[in-house]
Design a protein around this ligand. Structure first.
Ligand SMILES: N[C@@H](CCC(=O)N[C@@H](CS)C(=O)NCC(=O)O)C(=O)O
Length: 209
């Protein structure tokens, strides 16, 4: 049984989708980041960086923060979505780390400046939108002639997908990036994606460009 500290955001969806893919039993512990639950001492013991997602594996007591670390842990636990060794494993980790350093923080800045604070900081809007288009372009090239970021569907795709699902907030016309569009819509139709997107409650249908 996994205790899953969660709020419905792109970083949270990575883990809800992964838990559904793995078929692991889990219990959602809501952490309302709008109301400041992430600063409560009991949560900080599990996630000292005061951010969701985090988990506690009740099978062994292990507490983990950081979505990339959690995805690797769950993949190893359930024996899916991350090859056990060799180049194939590092290729997945390579694209997972690309997400952690690229689309996660950069698209997060786009949400902050372009969606929520439009007009307040034109330089920041331009800088992060340009970076967003660069990242979509990198992905479009990577997906040329391949179905997924690494060899097979993996935790790298699961890490990136929820950030791309906010394409409207990012003012991105996904059809400008046809390989990203194909990849996005394929993953959007997976039963685990649809179920994970609606944890713990229905926040509406998976966005479809
Ligand atoms: N690098 C972290 C980022 C997590 C993160 O930014 N979580 C946001 C929600 S998407 C959060 O908890 N924000 C609360 C806050 O900023 O106080 C991860 O990948 O887990």
């Amino acid at each position: 049984m996994i205790d899953f500290y969660y709020w419905p955001t792109p970083n949270g969806w990575k883990i809800s989708i992964m838990l559904e893919e793995c078929g692991l039993e889990y219990r959602v512990v809501p952490v309302n980041i709008g109301k400041g639950d992430q600063f409560k001492p009991e949560f900080l013991k599990i996630s000292p960086n005061n951010r969701i997602p985090a988990i506690v594996d009740r099978d062994n007591g292990l507490a983990l923060m950081e979505s990339g670390a959690i995805l690797i842990y769950l993949a190893d636990k359930c024996g899916k979505l991350l090859p056990k060794s060799g180049e194939a494993r590092y290729r997945v980790i390579e694209w997972l780390m690309w997400q952690m350093g690229g689309p996660g923080p950069m698209l997060g800045q786009v949400h902050h400046f372009v969606k929520y604070n439009k007009g307040k900081a034109p330089y920041a809007e331009e800088r992060y939108l340009k970076e967003a288009h660069r990242l979509y372009g990198v992905m479009n090239k990577r997906l040329d002639g391949r179905d997924y970021l690494a060899d097979d569907y993996s935790i790298a795709d699961i890490a990136v997908w929820p950030w791309i699902s906010r394409y409207e907030w990012q003012t991105i016309d996904m059809k400008q990036y046809p390989n990203v569009y194909r990849w996005y819509t394929t993953i959007a139709k997976k039963p685990a994606t649809i179920k994970g997107y609606k944890v713990p409650k229905d926040v509406g249908d998976v966005p479809m460009p």
